[in-house]
Design a protein around this ligand. Structure first.
Ligand code: SAH
Length: 401
């Protein structure tokens, strides 16, 4: 017998709109004794069937919906069909790269299941009790859909703790991954450490924006007849720095507080035979931006891609001050007609709020800036229209006039 999670009166509304999350506060009673991750029926207070969902007894997200179709059954074949479809949708991306997010949780109808591909290595994150309970079926499906035989698990994100699951890392299928996996993206070569790297090893989500930096660098050369000076803040392993070099930057200054990330960034610089003058600073960006101002430096293109400053809604005010600080101090270094690409990956700060914060920095910097485009994650990080919470990476491309 499938257990049933019955909702309080009125709490069925979001599910009728196909929003995939059931909060603990919406639950009236649980009929049966579902185990963590088990598939349950979600019903309205009047008994009406609403969805099939995975039960998470320890989480405020008490259940995450697999399906809103009563006739469906959540078994291995059903999961495999979802995985196959998600993988197939990404096929066009492989023209430009071999580092692709194949499955993006809720956006692909598989809540809490993340799968990335680096060359022939798969890396997964199981962020929900439901994904965890279905792990073997999901891994089988992934291997079948891709033909890759190696799966490494990086289930070490905070999301997992909230689901009552312990962090887990290790080989899930096949052999140990190599220490570094070489991938390529729009003609740039990178080395990815899937064991120790951030997220699953690399910021796949910034692919389109790295390409944008390469294009803007090339365009600047054409329009101004000289190579731009580029500043990349929070550079990690040098993604945006390499893109700028590829676009023909004259000099690229990259800043990060992680010595390990900078060491790999330097290797990438050599690996790609970058002609630009590369300088790496192991420093705190908040301090470094002020130091650069004191040194009288200016830049024609600046990238700000900080870590998540707001981990939840409680931290929005503090995060807003941090975003404003770096944007203000970056604007003070931006040469006339320079471009600023500024990002936030805090889900708790939406694009409108982020734009207001940056506008505040523009006003304080007393410069005229045009918003050229809003930026987002690549198409392998889609957003389910019924699940706005899935949007996290947002960026603004501003041009100084
Ligand atoms: N732009 C990168 C990803 C950036 S991730 C890419 O496209 O690959 C954020 C980076 O910020 C991490 O490498 C982290 O080490 C660094 N970082 C975090 N806080 C910092 C600080 N206060 N000053 C400098 N670097 C910081």
């Amino acid at each position: 017998m499938t257990a049933e999670v019955q909702l309080k009166p009125g709490k069925e509304k979001s599910l009728l709109r196909r929003h995939p999350w059931v909060y603990d506060t919406a639950v009236a009673r649980v009929k049966g004794k579902p185990e963590r991750g088990a598939t349950v029926a979600i019903t309205a207070h009047d008994g009406r069937w609403l969805a099939w969902a995975a039960y998470a007894p320890d989480s405020t997200l008490r259940a995450r919906c697999w399906s809103f179709v009563e006739g469906e059954r959540i078994h291995a074949d059903w999961l495999a069909a979802k995985v196959r479809a998600a993988v197939a949708r990404r096929a066009p991306l492989f023209e430009a790269t071999n580092a692709v997010r194949l499955v993006f949780g809720e956006a692909d109808g598989l809540p809490g299941f993340i799968a990335d591909r680096y060359a022939d290595q798969l890396v997964v994150q199981m962020q929900s009790a439901g994904a965890e309970a279905q792990r073997e079926a999901l891994f089988d499906a992934l291997v079948a859909a891709t033909g890759c035989t190696q799966v490494f698990e990086r289930s070490d994100s905070a999301a997992r703790t909230r689901e009552g699951l312990a962090p887990a890392q290790g080989v899930a299928r096949g052999a140990e991954p190599p220490a570094r996996i070489e991938i390529h993206e729009h003609g740039v070569r990178y080395l990815v450490d899937v064991r120790l790297g951030h997220k699953t090893g690399y910021y796949i989500d910034q692919r389109d924006n790295r390409l944008r930096v390469a294009q803007l660098t090339a365009r600047w050369r054409q329009q101004h007849g000289r190579a731009p000076r580029v500043l990349n803040c929070f550079c990690y392993t040098g993604g945006f720095s390499l893109a700028a070099a590829r676009g023909g930057a004259g000099a690229v200054l990259s800043i990060d507080s992680s010595a390990e990330a900078l060491a790999l960034a330097r290797e990438h610089w050599v690996l790609n035979a970058c002609a630009a003058q590369g300088e790496w600073r192991n420093a705190d960006v908040f301090e470094a931006l002020r130091a650069l101002k004191a040194e009288g430096q200016t830049f024609d293109l600046i990238v700000l891609d900080p870590p998540k400053f707001a981990s939840s809604h409680r931290h929005v005010d503090r995060a807003a001050r941090a975003y404003k600080d770096i944007n203000l101090n970056a604007l003070r270094l931006l040469a006339p007609e320079g471009n600023l690409l500024t990002f936030s990956c805090s889900g708790a700060i939406d694009v409108d709020l982020f734009q207001k914060i940056v506008a505040g920095a523009v006003i304080d910097a007393r410069v005229d800036m045009q918003l050229m485009a809003r930026l987002a994650a690549g198409e392998d990080h889609p957003l389910a229209m019924t699940h706005p919470e899935g949007e996290y990476l947002k960026g603004l491309w501003l041009n100084r006039v």
